[in-house]
Design a protein around this ligand. Sequence first.
Ligand code: GRG
Length: 294
Amino acid sequence: MSDLKAYLKDQQVLVDDALNQFLPRVTVRPKTVHQGMRYSIFAGGKRLRPILTLAAAEACGGEMKNALPPACSVEIMHTYSLVHDDLPCMDDDDLRRGRPTSHKVYGEGMAVLIGDALLTEAFTILAETPPTKRYDLKDILLEFSICGGSRKLIGGQVLDLEGEGKELSKAQLVRIHENKTAALLTTSLRLGGMTANATPRQLDALTAFGYNLGLAFQVIDDILDVTQSTAQLGKTAGKDEAVEKATYPSILGLDKSKNEAARLTRKALEALAVFGRKGKRLEEIAHYLLDREF
Ligand code: GRG
């Protein structure tokens, strides 16, 4: 596992360097929005999604440098969703990645624009992805845009908003998180595979892995919200219970939620068989996420 820790650190540095290269400098006018974009991007964060993109490319025999543009795009789309999700009209949060949220620093109107600018920039960077024999830029663009749109990411947020203050069934909760959480993890992996000219069978395997890993990740996120401190998480702990949000622990209880996360992780791991030894990093990441503490 210590080898994995070193690998994760190296990948984080690689992604951060690429993000630094791709994003507009703070001196570009208007400076406020570019400062705000970098404030949220470089606030920390595990860089899970871009690391998955790079590891999926590796599993399919591709080159890391070709996967860097989509790796940055998925991290930027993720960060935009956090900036907007934290707004007072959404989840109303003051703390993210251990820092005051974007609207606390820049004001609400500017935080909306910072989120918009991040999402738009994600497409600009995605356009740098080199096409492969099986996947042209249109395939890559559609994978990314459908994931971020009303059918997935935004659709999940809509269901989340509509479910506020209601008792939800497990099936309804799963539907929210398939879209809010699992969709972007799946797209992160699939884009990595596409840059490596993945076979349809490999792409299906990445999809099944991403779906189950994404749901497992959310179950753990819900568990950590109950069991960890604000300092440990870098975001407000106990928030779900405080706003009476339906979560895995609130529906299943803590023990059954832990079993559910382990079951989903097992399903995710089964999907990796097609990669043989090349799927080792993805396998290690799945184990690591199940045991994570923040
Ligand atoms: C379009 C506004 C809008 C929302 C879409 C993705 C989303 C829905 C909202 C973002 C907030 C949220 C609770 C997402 C669920 C996925 C999740 C657990 C995100 C946290 O991801 P980590 O732990 O965060 O990878 P870091 O900071 O490490 O990158």
